[in-house]
Design a protein around this ligand. Structure first.
Ligand SMILES: [Zn+2]
Ligand SMILES: [Zn+2]
Length: 376
C-alpha cells in the first residue's frame, strides 16, 4: 500500500463493498503473533525452530513436543466440506475486512500486507490435525535450486550458469496420509518361458513357449502413512518427485508453524484421497505377492483386499515454490521444505537434444551393422 493511505478508510470501503453484494457471510478472525519487544509480527523460523521477530531478532519458543496422532477413518466422513458462504476475514493488524477463499488458512491482508492465520475453528471442512514444519529456510532452498540446475544435462549452458531463483515463497500443501492393516486373498496364473527347437522346411528354429502355473493364497501387509496430495495441481508430476516427506515427524497442527507461510485447504476431500491411497496400496500388494514367484508373464491375478484399521492424518506439507526466467519465459520449481529435494521445469537446449538423438541413432546404426555381420 502507499504510505499515505489510511487503512481504516480502506477497511470501511471494503466492508461497504462486501455488504452490497452478499447476504450470507461468515466472519473469520485471523491471528498474528506479536513480538513482545518491538510489536512486529513474528514468523516461524525453520532454522531456529522458533517464532522469530524479523526486525529485532527476538525469538519465542514453539511447542515441539506434541506429535500428530492417527485418527480413525470414520471421522473423515463427519468432516464433510461446507464450502460456499462468503467468508470475511478481519485483519488482526489493521482491522481491514476482506473476502477470502474458503480454502485459505493463511490469508495475507491486501491493505497492510500482514500475513495472518485463521482461527482453527474457522477452517471450513475437515481441520488439519498435523503439520510438518519447514526445516530449511528460503536462502537454503535457493541454493538447492541452483545446485539442481547445474545437474540438468539438457538445460542450455547459459541458463545453468545464470539461473536465478525468483519469488521463492514457502507454502504448506494439504495432504492425507493413511495407515491400514490389509489382508488379501488372491488367485492367479503366471507363466514361465521355455524354448524348443523346431524344424521347418529343413531348417531349425529356436522357439519361445510359455509354461503356465496357478498360484493362490493369502497375504498380509501393513501400510504406514501412504501419502496423497489433496490439492488439484497442474504440477502433480513435480510434486510427486518431491516425495518422500518424513511424515512420522509431523507435529500436531499448531498455527505457530504457519506464521509467515502460505497454507491452503484441500480440493480433494478425504474420501477421494482414500480412493487414491487404496490404489497405491493395491499396487504395492500386487508387487509384493508377485515377488514371491519366479515368472515371466502374468496371465491373471485376482486380489480380494480387505482394508482393516484405517486411520488418517490430514497434514500440511512444507514446499517452497519459485520460478526462474529464461528468454522471457518462466519456469516453476518446487523444493521439499524438509529434505531440500528439488523438482520442476528447466528450459531445454535444442542443440543438446539433437546431438544426443544423433548420437543415439549412430549407436543404433552401429549396433545394426554389428548384428548384421554377426548373424550372416
Ligand atoms: Zn521485535
Ligand atoms: Zn491489515
Amino acid at each position: 500500500m502507499t504510505p499515505d493511505m489510511d487503512p481504516f478508510d480502506t477497511a470501511e470501503d471494503a466492508e461497504a463493498e462486501i455488504l452490497a453484494g452478499n447476504e450470507e457471510e461468515v466472519h473469520v478472525d485471523s491471528h498474528v503473533s506479536k513480538c513482545p519487544t518491538c510489536g512486529a509480527n513474528l514468523v516461524y523460523s525453520p532454522e531456529k525452530r522458533k517464532l522469530e521477530c524479523p526486525f529485532c531478532g527476538n525469538a519465542v519458543d514453539v511447542d515441539l513436543t506434541e506429535y500428530a496422532e492417527e485418527i480413525p477413518f470414520a471421522n473423515i466422513l463427519g468432516g464433510a466440506a461446507d464450502w460456499g458462504e462468503t467468508r470475511v476475514f478481519t485483519c488482526a493488524n489493521c482491522g481491514a475486512r476482506t473476502i477470502i477463499s474458503d480454502k485459505e488458512i493463511a490469508p495475507v491482508c491486501p491493505y497492510c500486507g500482514t500475513p495472518g492465520v485463521i482461527d482453527e475453528s474457522d477452517i471450513t471442512g475437515l481441520r488439519p490435525n498435523a503439520v510438518l514444519p519447514f526445516l530449511i529456510d528460503k536462502p537454503t532452498a535457493a541454493e538447492r535450486f541452483k545446485a539442481w540446475v547445474k545437474r540438468k544435462f539438457f538445460a542450455p549452458g547459459k541458463y545453468k550458469k545464470s539461473a536465478r531463483p525468483e519469488q521463492i515463497a514457502g507454502n504448506y500443501f494439504p495432504a492425507f496420509t493413511f495407515d491400514s492393516d490389509t489382508f488379501t486373498s488372491y488367485r492367479g496364473r503366471l507363466g514361465k518361458y521355455y524354448y524348443v527347437t523346431v524344424r521347418r522346411n529343413g531348417k531349425t528354429y529356436r522357439q519361445q513357449r510359455v509354461r503356465y502355473f496357478d498360484i493362490g493364497g493369502t497375504y498380509s501387509l501393513f501400510f504406514n502413512d501412504v501419502l496423497v496430495y489433496a490439492n488439484e495441481s497442474r504440477d502433480e508430476k513435480h510434486l510427486a518427485a518431491l516425495l518422500p516427506f518424513a511424515t512420522d515427524q509431523a507435529q500436531k497442527y499448531n498455527e505457530d508453524f504457519i506464521y509467515g507461510f502460505g497454507a491452503a485447504q484441500y480440493d480433494k476431500d478425504g474420501t477421494v484421497c482414500w480412493g487414491e491411497a487404496q490404489e497405491k496400496m493395491r499396487g504395492a500388494i500386487r508387487r509384493a505377492i508377485l515377488s514371491q514367484y519366479t515368472y515371466d508373464v502374468v496371465a491373471s491375478l485376482d486380489m480380494n483386499v480387505s482394508y482393516g484399521k484405517v486411520t488418517y492424518k490430514y497434514m500440511l506439507l512444507p514446499v517452497y515454490i519459485g520460478h526462474s526466467k529464461y528468454r522471457d519465459k518462466l519456469y516453476n520449481f518446487f523444493v521439499n521444505g524438509q529434505s531440500g529435494k528439488v523438482a520442476g521445469k528447466t528450459p531445454v537446449s535444442p542443440v543438446k537434444v539433437t546431438l544426443v538423438a544423433l548420437l543415439g541413432a549412430a549407436v543404433l546404426a552401429g549396433l545394426g551393422v554389428l548384428i548384421y555381420f554377426l548373424t550372416s
